[in-house]
Design a protein around this ligand. Structure first.
Ligand code: GLA
Length: 639
């Protein structure tokens, strides 16, 4: 039996009690608070560099320092790329006497501060800090790490020593390691992977080899029903607590790397600053599509403080190298529209200038880093062309038109896509070359080459001139409870031939649970919002028994929406009441609404209100067959 059993059982008991408490309390009761993460240094998505895509475990101190120097010398640091993050490969072993981690000084010579068993990353982080940069480290939530799980016989720099010495992950050492990494070693960022709770079951070849102890897997990436979601969350929460405790100055970033498994979509925003939405990106166009798709439907789950992470940039390699600048530009523009972390994964010591120009495009970086923190929303969505629109802090829109395929395309962009008045002029500025296009009104046509992404800053007259639709302020909407009771894989995510499976298996099944989560301008299953035959281009789609928190911050006077059970509902037999709360107090409630009834208009005075909460309450115990509800035209108005 693996030593994970005891902990897993312990967690299960804790969770059982939590479950009893939860049943007694009411998850739909208003809290009057914003409950997504607001701690750490992630008011905008992190930017920087990470060693993995460039060097894998063949990393050295010199390579990292040279890359850091290149970031500074090239001017990228001044543009916001400030985190220099180590990934897998840095460790030698855990000290047998007391569990203190030992750095592999053969590749990080400055860590040799006091004999073979006394190492410190402090000289290294001091160097990074002296360059005006921040330093990141990497660990695993289990006892062992990803290169130990998936590396082959030729993988360099795997941990050494006895079985226990090679257990370099955080498992059983969370407080000790976080104190060492952030207190003594002064790191500013940690990425915590999850291979240790996925790949070391007693029947795995690695464990059978005798090199690793068994740890009953908590994650099954293929089957959410075999994943212990509460136990995974509880472990990551322990890291969050340790980080909080060890960094009273709040100067840290916590990156959760559970690859979209364990239903992280629903909870990682409450625990970490960034959370991976899929398996690893590779330098292949179709893998980039898969990673992009895993995040694009999750706009409402990204906010200042907690971002979706479709993985690091692969610009410079394979389909995104200097011979594929169209693809490289698309990758960069799309990541910026997603408000994704911009972590360069390239050996910058030899970067061709055209690639540096892409990474250094200040206008597109500004889209990623926009202070409003609204991840783009899909305004047009097909397997061929997608149009993404991101509402910026200054009221402009960033719009990206993305040709996913191999055929050129003619595309019509409309003022409606932008939620702009169709009769007023719309000014577009091309963010690739800075030039302005002639203003259009109503619509304009564009030509796209295969795999091209056009990206513009759009200025016009907003359709809703006296406020904001909630789907224009996704960074201020938190699906605290999204009504999903049975997490499901998302079938809309592109599936590709994985480099790790090839075509020897049966192909990649739908993965990355999130299907059925709250959506901006669409139902949870990406249908058009519709109540009793009336369509809504704008609004929020969610399941019943949900509670959305909206940061109004005292800036608005009125909340309005047209609410009802959506025509696409699975359960046509539920009764749903829609309630609006302001700072925890009930402001208005609808009558009980059923499928097929016309929408009911709701309006509430929210003057001075900081947190508006939108609760759609169906019959208790429903949602096994989900009830789909629509907050049509939901908006906060200034008058
Ligand atoms: C996992 C992560 C990657 C990288 C490797 C390191 O695969 O998803 O981003 O950190 O582990 O082994």
């Amino acid at each position: 039996m693996g030593f994970g059993k005891g902990l897993a059982t312990g967690l299960a008991i804790v969770w059982l009690f939590a479950g009893v408490a939860n049943a007694a309390s009411d998850r739909l009761a208003p809290t009057g608070h914003w409950t997504a993460v607001a701690t750490g240094q992630a008011s905008t998505p992190p930017m920087g560099w990470n060693s993995w895509n460039a060097f894998h475990t063949d990393v050295t101190e010199q390579k990292v320092l040279d890359s850091a120097k290149a970031i500074v010398d090239s001017g990228l640091a001044a543009k916001g790329y400030r985190y220099i993050n180590l990934d897998d490969g840095w460790w030698l072993k855990r000290r047998a006497s007391d569990g203190r981690m030992i750095v592999r000084t053969a590749i990080f010579p400055s860590a040799a501060v006091g004999g073979a068993e006394e190492t410190s990353f402090r000289p290294f982080t001091d160097r990074i800090h002296a360059m005006g940069l921040k330093a990141g480290i990497y660990s695993d939530i289990g006892a062992n790490n990803c290169s130990q799980a998936f590396g082959g016989p030729d993988t360099p720099n795997l941990p050494e020593g006895m079985v226990a010495e090679r257990e370099v992950g955080l498992y059983g050492h969370i407080d000790q390691d976080i104190k060492l990494y952030f207190g003594d070693w002064a790191f500013d960022y940690i990425k915590v992977d999850a291979c240790g709770i996925r790949a070391f079951g007693s029947d795995s070849a690695k464990v059978k080899s005798g090199l690793y102890r068994a740890l009953d897997p908590l994650i099954d990436t293929k089957e959410i029903r075999r994943t212990d979601i509460p136990a995974v969350r509880a472990l990551y929460q322990q890291v969050a607590d340790a980080l909080h405790h060890t960094n009273p100055d709040n100067d840290y970033i916590f990156s959760i790397c559970a690859w979209g498994s364990a239903d992280v979509r629903a909870w990682a925003k409450d625990v970490g600053n960034v959370s991976r939405t899929s398996d690893d990106i590779t330098p292949s166009w179709t893998r980039m599509l898969a990673n992009f798709d895993s995040a694009v439907g999750r706009s409402l789950y990204a906010h200042p403080g907690s971002w979706n992470d479709p993985d690091m940039l692969f610009i410079g390699h394979g389909d995104f190298d200097e011979h594929h600048l169209t693809e490289a530009r698309s990758h960069f523009a799309l990541w910026s529209m997603l408000s994704a972390p911009l972590l360069i994964g390239y050996d910058l010591r030899q970067a061709p200038q055209p690639l540096m120009d892409i990474l250094g495009n200040s206008d597109i970086i500004a889209v990623d880093q926009d202070a409003a923190g609204n991840q783009a929303v899909l305004a047009y969505d097909t397997d061929d062309i997608q149009i993404l629109v991101k509402t910026l802090a200054n009221g402009h829109k960033a719009v990206a038109i993305f040709n996913r395929g191999l055929a050129p395309a003619e595309v019509t962009l409309t003022a409606h896509h932008l939620k702009f008045d169709g009769n007023a002029p719309v000014a577009l500025r091309d963010l690739w070359d800075g030039h302005s296009l002639p203003a259009f009104s109503g619509e304009t046509r564009m030509h796209l080459e295969p795999r091209q992404t056009l990206i513009f800053d759009a200025a016009g007259t907003r359709s809703l001139s006296d406020g904001l639709y909630l789907s224009e302020m996704t960074g201020r909407v938190n699906p605290a409870v999204d009504g999903v009771v049975t997490p499901q894989p998302d079938p809309t995510i592109h599936r590709m031939i994985t480099p790790w499976g090839g075509t020897t298996d049966t192909g990649e099944p739908p993965a990355y649970t999130g299907w059925g989560g709250a959506q901006a301008d669409a139902t949870p299953y990406r249908q058009m919002l519709r109540i009793n035959g009336t369509a809504y281009e704008t609004g929020l789609g969610v399941l019943s028994n949900s509670r959305l928190e909206v940061k109004a911050d005292g800036q608005f006077r009125r909340f309005v929406a047209e609410v009802g059970v959506d025509d696409s509902t699975f359960d046509a037999d539920d009764d749903v009441t829609f309630s609006v709360y302001g700072d925890g107090k009930l402001l208005t409630t609808s009558k009980a609404m059923r499928f097929g009834q016309p929408a009911q208009a709701l309006t509430a005075d929210v003057t001075g209100v900081r947190i508006v909460e939108l609760v759609a309450r169906g019959k208790a115990g429903k949602n096994k067959t989900p009830t789909v509800v629509t907050w049509g035209n939901a908006a906060l108005l200034n008058k």
